[in-house]
Design a protein. Structure first.
Length: 283
């Protein structure tokens, strides 16, 4: 039987399912509905994502989420307003799945429209691929290209650019598995949430009870973006599009970012994490 053109995609590595991509999750407007990956698992089957957890119902597995695109909220939940704080606003946008120019068991290319208040702000091409690395690790290669679909400049912001220090979230974001104990986090030369959050590093690892995620910016532009990291309040890692100032996309121009994530069974140390992520980025 032929598969519906916008049906969920199941990613496989060596025949094993490792991720399910939801094109049209049924969510209220306040959560800024958008396509996402969930569940994502290790090769042994450990789930390493969460979808709409109770602590942050707008966290949707793995995807692209931006809290401020010309004042519209594509992150979900409350909006940070300067001199006012987190505020409930009727300003939520949605990422709408248009189609798959290419789809296979190990990846896909997707076209999306970012729409708010009845207008299209951005067009996106998203490329996702799953690749085996070892018998206990695989890599998720995630590229997104945001093209200004309007006749005027489109700017992307964050709570940090709107007056909330340390809250430069927005861009690629992975909501990880929450366990009884907060995960450990480290880079090649720093560790702990306070030590790595807001910093730039070629790679960053998050380790749970029996799993590890190693994130790496795979282009020069992506490596210049600081990491957004949470472990104590909840486990999540993102790459910040707008940390110190708003990102401006001129009419017709495109902003491109690529993040490669190693998904491994077990708790990796620095040397093993660095070796695996190097292999994932260069293969």
């Amino acid at each position: 039987m032929a598969q519906a053109p916008d049906a969920p995609v199941v990613l496989r590595v060596a025949g094993r399912p490792v991720g399910r991509y939801l094109t049209r999750p049924e969510l209220p407007a306040r959560l800024s509905p958008r396509p996402c990956l969930h569940p994502v698992t290790t090769l042994a089957g450990t789930v390493v994502t969460e979808l709409s957890p109770a602590d942050h119902t707008h966290h949707l597995g793995v995807g692209v989420a931006v809290p401020d695109v010309e004042g519209h909220n594509f992150w979900g939940g409350r909006t940070y307003v300067r001199d006012q704080g987190p505020t409930e606003l009727d300003n939520h946008g949605a990422q709408r799945h248009v189609g798959f120019p290419l789809r296979d068991s190990d990846g896909f290319v997707e076209e999306l429209r970012w729409v708010a208040a009845g207008a299209e702000l951005l067009r996106e091409r998203r490329t996702v691929a799953a690749t085996g690395l070892t018998g206990t690790a695989w890599a998720l290669d995630f590229t997104f290209s945001l093209t200004n679909a309007t006749p005027d400049p489109v700017t992307i912001g964050s709570p940090a650019t709107n007056g909330r220090p340390g809250a430069a979230y927005g861009g690629f974001f992975w909501r990880a598995r929450k366990e009884d104990r907060a995960p450990d986090v480290f880079t090649g030369d720093a560790e702990g949430e306070a030590g790595v959050h807001g910093g730039r590093a070629d790679w960053l690892a998050l380790t749970g009870t029996d799993w590890t995620l190693v994130f790496a910016g795979a282009t020069d532009a992506t490596r210049r973006d600081p990491w957004f990291v949470r472990t104590g309040e909840y486990p999540g890692v993102g790459s910040s599009l707008a940390s110190a100032e708003r990102l401006v996309i001129a009419p017709g121009d495109t902003a491109v970012r690529r993040v490669v994530t190693v998904v491994a069974d077990g708790r990796l140390g620095r040397d093993e994490a660095a070796t695996l992520v190097r292999k994932a980025v260069t293969q």
